[in-house]
Design a protein around this ligand. Sequence first.
Ligand SMILES: C[S@@+](CC[C@H](N)C(=O)[O-])C[C@H]1O[C@@H](n2cnc3c(N)ncnc32)[C@H](O)[C@@H]1O
Length: 296
Amino acid sequence: MTTAQLLEGASLLNWRRLQLKRGGRRVDFDWLLDLAGGLSWSSLQRLLVEPQQMVQLKVALQELEQIWGLHLDQAIPLQHLVGRCPWRDVELAVSAAALIPRQETEVLVDLALKAVAGMSVGRWADLGTGSGAIAVALSRAMPSTPGHAVDLSADALALARTNLEALAPKGRWHLHQGRWWDPLEPWWGRLDLVVCNPPYIPSELIHNLDSVVRDHEPHLALAGGIDGLHAIREVVAGACRALAPAGWILIEHHHDQSDSVLELLKEAGLTSIRAAQDLEGIKRFAMACRSRSHPS
Ligand SMILES: C[S@@+](CC[C@H](N)C(=O)[O-])C[C@H]1O[C@@H](n2cnc3c(N)ncnc32)[C@H](O)[C@@H]1O
């Protein structure tokens, strides 16, 4: 990154107008100004009213122009270009190795913590950890509870390690490479909380995704097979065996998969099954509990 830059608000606003004329979405440009430039949304709003104020940016305008240009020309996600992404109360390192953590997954974590509020959680797991976002959130919320983050991708796990080392309390989390429940076999029957944001995009929809997603986020993080439910079926099938009695599983899914996922959870013998909505009121999550009496 180059040196900081001090300039008059009016000049910055004029430069911002020119950049937006190149294309792209205002919301994305302002996100870049905030994260890479250090100009918060509220400071920008103040500047729009009082353009005579001076502004201190963390980087030179040319650097922001270059990032914006790469985003416009090659559809590279701004998060990859900046290398960071704010998520919940932290700033995660992100890269092409793993999915950029989404806002709805913040809701998934809130639901998970609510489900186990008042319960003594002895052990948690994050299946398909990617950047480690969920594992970081669970570790921070339950600093003395051991937890496990699993992913098939070695590259994703390396990124998860970076984030956990930087942001989570030390010594209580473990990373495992492998398929869903497999690496957790030593703890089967003892997992009180399992959170999973699996790949769930049906095959035929993959090529319709925005190129910023389709061409830059890992296929392994997106592709859920023909009906989008391949990973979810596998995760649900192992849940009764791996969850502790009265343990919870929470799964994120596509906008039209709620009925199917609830049915899978029912067929698997789980109880207290319910759907939950994202911030737009769409059923994007399913949660269920292993009954206390279910045979392992
Ligand atoms: C939708 S991404 C979720 C990433 C992260 N948990 C999040 O919410 O941002 C799904 C993750 O599952 C991983 N994955 C895909 N197939 C897997 C498998 N068979 N076993 C374990 N992890 C898998 C992918 O590598 C990817 O990191």
